[in-house]
Design a protein around this ligand. Sequence first.
Ligand code: GDP
Ligand code: MG
Length: 440
Amino acid sequence: LSDRLSGILDKLTKRGALSEADVSEAMREVRRALIEADVALPVVRSFTDKVRNRAVGHEVLKSITPGQQVVKIVHDQLVEMLGSEAKPIDLDAPAPVCIMMVGLQGSGKTTTTAKIARRLATRDKLKVLMASLDTRRPAAQEQLKVLGEQNEIETLPIIAGQSPVQIANRAMTAARLGGFDVVVLDTAGRTHIDEPLMVEMAEIRQSANPHEILLVADALTGQDAVNLATAFDERVGITGIVLTRMDGDGRGGAALSMRAVTGKPIKLIGTGEKADALEDFHPSRIADRILGMGDIVSLVEKAAREIDAEKAAKMAAKLKKGSFDLEDLAEQLKQMEKLGGMSGIMGMMPGVGKMKKQMDAAGIDDRVIKRQVAIIQSMTPAERRKPDILKASRKKRIAAGSGVDVAAVNRLLKMHRQMADMMKQMGQGKGLFGKLMGGM
Ligand code: GDP
Ligand code: MG
């Protein structure tokens, strides 16, 4: 998306309130990004409508462009739709509290059962029993047993020939008698949603009366996510969602789709095959991932906080004219320092690796920013405005005044020349970085 994002920024350079046209244009890009992230179409539509309502007429912060503002609004709306804050597993019920895991085959139910049990046992010091109700796949019950042994979690002894409901009943009885706090029921899946699966899940629910029913879904699930979540929610009634394989390439669009159609919170995410690869769900991180935009939002927030809007406007005007003197350079360097130095800025922006190399080549580096400002401060105002008058004797004086050698002064002047050229190009609106610099 970063290319698209700079596309949006390039197109929206006007300041003031966001117009309908500005927002519509940006929404087309956002729509494409969401579809690419596998968010279901109806969800994309309702999402972009919400953003449009929120964005049109929105007052634009002085120091950032309307495009950046739209990105921020999109991000905030995503977070809101994803559920704003992390919701932990709810264990507020008489022991033994039953957690039932449901989902398609291969979604990660068994793995997640062990992860959750392990987390509750080690972190919360609870006594946890796991039971596999998967009577369909031959080795499914053994798989859970092995995971139990590896993680020192008790599993219900396997008795051949029992139905899923019989196993569930036996698990609940064993937990009651054994003084367990929590029972996690792992169930069988199918390769796709079918009637027998739904009937089986509903029966298990009836007899075990779980306090939590967690739908386990692969983060790579695309447009199917809506059907999947709707079916399980309507037929079985889920209380939350666990998104697995967030360590993979999936953009996480399934999270938004499933949350939007069921209104049920995403509680946890799986980030690997190992038993400790389980994390709380952070909407903001998933929103970033869906937008694929690194930490652009933090950058916008930081810029809005730190940058002096009036100076920024003057600087932008100068850049457009192509007159960038040493005063301006000193000002830029100070602004960069405020923003956490060059690598701080670059690190927050996607797709600027090439630019960073150029800046490195030009000698801009966090460690030298302070020294460069000192060199410029040792110059007279006339010298700062017209660096051309700096001949050998003046350079010597400046070097002595700022505690560096003449070579360092020459490097600064060379960097200024290169930067002035670069700025001229950027000031003409080339790319995201140009917009950012224009905004400084
Ligand atoms: P089930 O059929 O729903 O019980 O799925 P399993 O728990 O047996 O998992 C299927 C495969 O997915 C196994 O190879 C797991 O190791 C793998 N898996 C489960 N969760 C994750 C995850 O969060 N990340 C990755 N990379 N693999 C996972
Ligand atoms: Mg399984």
